[in-house]
Design a protein around this ligand. Structure first.
Ligand code: C2E
Ligand code: CA
Ligand code: CA
Length: 527
């Protein structure tokens, strides 16, 4: 059952190790190609806008120069001025004189009764009359964009505004009147709905309409907006390019991660045998961490914490090997080992400080068997200490899991040994359950002490735990106290004891006796 669970966890780990980097490379490819395409479209729309603005500037200058010259309309001198304007401008095909909607003459010559320019498509905000598609009768079916202001006109070939020197042939570009929503020039696909989108105060926007990625750029000078649009199939092709680049990296990373997961799973699977060997070779030792009375900082107890240094000098943390030992049924052997060592150490500690208690940790399996009560009795007898010098720690989770645990708890307390509920707040027991649990101390888990004074959602939990403990007549020990601020806060809130780096780290017995339990300690017990 356990190995089946371990295999399932490893299999899920391997799947995730492959899926996450692969998914990430897909996401990155999508994002990167979109960013790239958006930048491309932006540049293309920018180019169309630059041309529109340049054409507008040239037209305005032409009207001004023609109005400023005092030549008679369509006189030879005016025609030569019109020709001079044409030659000096990049986007004006012809400049002319208009009367009653007819082009009387232009840089191309006089036009007899005049060329009918047809109806005005719209009038711009600055009063320019715009005809979007005019046949200037120059032969062929060429159509011109004709602007007219103050009797003068300019004609432009709309293709000039959108023809492209770039290889982005699949990109659609064009321009439309911003307030009139009239299309002035286009190349490639177009959807009138694009004209209804607002370019916003920045004069620029981009959106995806389901078929095209569209960028709009509004002119700051004229009543006109340029657009560039990339069709979906082109987007997909570019994404595929990015994917071909990123996917191999994702796959390699996935393979490396999967290898690491497999290695960790095999390492974990090999640990039970290694733990068994370590128990035989006595590679485990106990360290002790002081627990102080928060009001006067006097040491009132110590917690025994197991340390495992392997023969090769490597250190394995208890939160790695304890869960493995619990999983593979070795935890009771570890607890027995701890209690054997404790019988020797406790004697020395209590001789140094008769009022001091020693606590040690139990797992859920330990609480399952009555043998524990006998072992505790033997420990007390062997160490020659009183029951009040011993405290057992168990998590609320381990106590809840076993029905049997409540009876065993009661028997332990009947001996006079006290019980602490460890890591309180991380489990999920209701208050009602807590009242039925036979215990003496609540240990506030380190995470809630850590969050004191922060914005975290759990920053008030410590206060609530202290209140609960008070109402149930339990003493409170705050774990993981690292700063004076935390210690002062906890004291003010009414916590009784504190444990943490501020008061002392876990340390070997000889150091505990000399440095913490201090001068009261008889040197002969240090050996
Ligand atoms: P725990 O019972 O909650 O023990 C307290 C842990 O917090 C210890 O970690 C201790 O070194 C650490 N600690 C104490 N003060 C501070 C602090 O101010 N800051 C920080 N960051 N950490 C602090 P450790 O020794 O690594 O033990 C981890 C867990 O392994 C223990 O948590 C306990 O659940 C388990 N464990 C240790 N020894 C035994 C044992 O003999 N038997 C069993 N069943 N479990 C044990
Ligand atoms: Ca503990
Ligand atoms: Ca704890």
């Amino acid at each position: 059952m356990r190995s089946w669970r371990a295999k399932l966890v490893a299999a899920i780990g391997v799947c995730l190790a492959v899926a996450v980097p692969t998914g990430a490379s897909l996401y990155l490819a999508h994002r990167q190609s979109l960013q790239y395409e958006r930048a491309n479209a932006d540049a293309a729309a920018g180019e169309v806008l630059r041309r529109m603005d340049a054409m507008g500037d040239e037209a305005l200058e032409a009207y001004q120069r023609l109005a400023a010259s005092s030549s008679v309309p369509c006189s030879e001198s005016q025609l030569s001025l019109m020709r001079a304007i044409d030659t000096s401008s990049e986007y004006l095909h012809a400049t002319g004189y208009v009367e009653g909607g007819k082009l009387k003459c232009s840089s191309l010559g006089t036009h007899g009764n005049g060329i009918d320019l047809g109806p005005v498509t719209y009038t711009s905000l600055r009063g320019t009359r715009i005809r979007a598609s005019v046949d200037l009768q120059l032969g062929g079916d060429r159509r011109f964009l004709v602007f007219e202001q103050g009797g003068y006109s300019t004609a432009t070939m709309p293709e000039m505004l959108v023809d492209s020197r770039t290889p982005e042939q699949d990109m659609a570009v064009g321009a439309f009147g911003e307030s009139s929503r009239v299309l002035l020039s286009k190349r490639g696909g177009f959807d009138p709905a694009w004209m209804t989108k607002n370019a916003g105060s920045a004069g620029e926007t981009s959106f995806y309409d389901g078929r095209y990625l569209v960028v709009l750029r509004r002119s700051s000078k004229f009543d006109v907006t340029a657009y560039a649009a990339i069709p979906e199939q082109a987007l997909r092709a570019h994404m595929l390019d990015s994917l071909l680049l990123l996917m191999p990296m994702g796959l390699v990373l996935g393979a490396v991660l999967a290898g690491m997961v497999l290695w960790a799973a095999r390492y974990r699977a090999s640990l039970p045998a290694v733990i068994q060997g370590a128990l035989k070779r006595k590679e485990f030792t106990l360290h002790y961490q002081p627990i102080v009375d928060l009001r006067d900082r006097r040491v009132v107890g110590v917690e025994a914490l197991l340390r495992w240094t392997r023969a090769d000098g490597s250190y394995i943390r208890p939160d790695v090997f304890i869960p493995v030992a619990e999983d593979c049924g070795l935890i009771q052997r570890i607890t027995a080992y701890v209690m054997d060592q404790l019988a020797i150490d406790a004697q020395k500690i209590v001789r140094a400080r008769p009022d001091c208690y020693i606590s040690f940790n139990l797992s859920s399996e330990d609480l399952h068997s009555r043998q524990l009560v006998d072992s505790i009795e033997k420990l007390l007898a062997k160490a020659g200490i009183e029951a009040r010098n011993l405290v057992v720690e168990a998590t609320e989770h381990s106590m809840i899991k076993q029905d049997m645990a409540q009876n065993i708890n009661a028997e332990i307390r009947a001996l006079g040994v006290r019980i602490a509920i460890d890591d309180f707040g991380t489990g999920y027991s209701g208050l009602a359950y807590l009242t039925r649990l036979q215990s003496d101390f609540l240990k506030i888990d380190r995470t809630f002490v850590e969050s004191i004074g922060t914005d975290s959602a759990t920053s008030d939990v410590a206060i609530h735990i202290i209140q609960i403990a008070r109402s149930l007549n339990l003493k409170v020990i705050a774990e993981g106290v690292e700063s004076e601020v935390q210690a002062e806060f906890l004291t003010k809130q009414g916590a009784d004891c504190g444990q943490g780096w501020l008061f002392g780290r876990p340390m070997p017995l000889d150091r505990l006796l000399v440095e913490i339990l201090g001068p009261a300690c008889d040197e002969s017990f240090v050996q």
